[in-house]
Design a protein around this ligand. Structure first.
Ligand code: ZN
Length: 327
């Protein structure tokens, strides 16, 4: 029970305090890649903690020896003892519902989201095959349109699409900058990162953490792509290119597309104008360690004390007695 309560408290603390910490000051804007990883780790850790808490309530815990027969016998005895009492059975049922709900909703929504993305990619790809023209010089697909729009279509047949309006609005250096921006989206699979965040927000719409994570991830992947483009073309060139393609067009883009301009472009341009001020190596290393700690702590909460006490603990959760109730 202690392990389950600790995991629930950890998940609650992260869900409430995590977003405030991640959005505090401007460190995320200075290290968007780290911030993306932090948001992903935060959401995964909250889900894992809740699911593990459910598992810890459901399965009684035992400390066992290396003997497999002894392990099985201890597990069976502990399960019989827990589920013999109404309180133990209720706790076990609650834990099972919690764990199965989280796992089921997550798998279903992530799977449905990925399938929807694949369908939309294929549908839009067929449209591009019909109305787009390949430009071998730049490795792009050109669409006839007065709207200045640049976006990429991720996936196996990944393509970057540039309208004739954008080709007229951008000079050569700016075109190289927006193509570098789109290349970062494609090579770092920002579509999957964003798709995962959106799937979690859809799976658990009542939890603000997941809505915030999806919104922040969408913003941060644009900053990360801007930084990648700036490393190649210079920050002011990227800022100029963004201004040229910033106006949202009348034609809505498919949700799978990752555009260079669009919402948030004004703030991104303002960010690019001052000299680059990345997070220092020490702070980046500390942040990376914090991300790793976030992911590791639920496992330690569940298994650490038992492993330390018994040396070998092969059942879910920890206890110092083979017949103890759920821990
Ligand atoms: Zn973009």
């Amino acid at each position: 029970m202690i392990a389950a309560l600790s995991l629930l408290a950890y998940a609650l603390m992260l869900a409430l305090a995590g977003p405030r910490l991640l959005r505090a000051s401007s460190w995320a804007d200075r290290a968007p890649r780290l911030a993306i990883a932090a948001w992903q780790a935060l959401t995964v850790t909250v889900l894992a903690s809740l699911a593990l808490a459910g598992a810890a309530l459901t399965f009684p815990t035992v400390t066992v020896s290396r003997d497999l027969a002894g392990l099985l016998q201890a597990c069976i005895m502990a399960i019989q003892e827990q589920y013999a009492s109404p309180g133990g059975a209720a706790a076990g049922a609650t834990g099972a519902v919690l764990a199965l709900t989280i796992l089921g909703r997550t798998l279903w929504c992530v799977g449905r989201g990925l399938a929807g993305m694949a369908l939309e990619r294929a549908r839009h790809g067929r449209i591009l095959d019909i109305v787009g023209r390949d430009n071998k010089q730049h490795g792009i697909v050109v669409l006839d349109s007065d709207e200045a729009t640049v976006y990429c279509l991720p996936g196996r047949r990944r393509r970057t699409v540039v309208t004739t309006g954008a080709l007229q609005a951008l000079d050569e250096a700016q075109l190289a900058a927006v193509l570098a921006h789109e290349h970062a989206h494609l090579s770092e699979r920002h579509d999957l990162i964003l798709g995962f965040s959106r799937a979690l927000a859809a799976a658990f719409p009542g939890i603000a953490l997941f809505r915030l994570a999806a919104a922040e991830t969408a913003r941060l992947i644009e900053l990360r792509a801007d930084d990648a483009a700036a490393a190649r073309s210079g920050r002011l060139t990227v800022a100029g290119a963004l201004l040229a393609v910033a106006s949202p067009g009348k034609t809505p883009l498919p949700s799978i597309a990752l555009a260079a301009g669009g919402a948030g472009a004004a703030a991104r341009v303002r960010r690019l104008i001052p000299p680059h001020n990345p997070l220092g190596r020490a702070r980046t290393a500390a942040g990376s360690l914090a991300v790793a700690a976030l992911l590791t702590l639920p496992v330690l909460l569940l298994g650490g004390p038992a492993a330390a006490a018994a040396g070998h603990n092969l059942c879910p959760g920890i206890s110092t007695s083979a017949s103890s109730p759920a821990a």
